[in-house]
Ligand binder design. Structure first.
Ligand SMILES: [Zn+2]
Length: 158
């Protein structure tokens, strides 16, 4: 599918655009373009552009590293906002908002971030998921980042 537009991440008058996609430097094998792809996915979600979100989610779902990145991003912002990952994010009660693949990864974050091993632990889980599950996890993570961006939390990544 070809598109004739681009979602601009550079709008300085919109604080939400200043959210920075996850730092992939921790990866052993950085995939070129993934950070830019996640930023564009986030911008497409901010712009409520369904076509681009579907296109980018399909690409992101093929990449276990990108899934770990975007879920990690959502979890860091969640923890910044609430001081923790709220139980409601991890319980089964809101399957439509927090589907099982997302919850599984959020629990990994919750259990491992203190030790700084959350990303490394998430990665094999992401690899083991089906593309459909990875897509679900990414969609929930992006929706969460967009939702929390309205709070204006200072995002800790430079
Ligand atoms: Zn678009």
């Amino acid at each position: 599918m070809s598109i004739d537009h681009h979602h601009d991440h550079g709008a300085q008058d919109d604080h939400r655009r200043q959210f920075v996609a996850p730092d992939s430097s921790r990866r052993q094998q950085p995939a070129a373009g993934t950070e830019a792809r996640l930023a564009e996915l986030y911008d497409a979600a901010l712009d409520d552009c369904r076509v681009c979100q579907e296109r980018l989610l399909a690409l992101v779902a093929q990449d276990a590293h990108a899934i770990a990145d975007v879920v990690n991003w959502a979890c860091v912002i969640t923890a910044e906002t609430y001081g923790d990952i709220p139980d409601a994010f991890l319980d089964e009660g809101q399957e439509d908002v927090f589907p099982e693949p997302f919850r599984q990864l959020a629990r990994v974050y919750q259990d491992h971030f203190m030790a700084g091993t959350d990303y490394e632990t998430m990665l094999p889980r992401c690899s083991a998921m089906t593309e459909g599950q990875r897509r679900q996890a990414a969609a929930a993570a992006v929706a969460l980042v967009v939702g929390l961006s309205d709070f204006g939390v200072d995002f800790p990544f430079p």
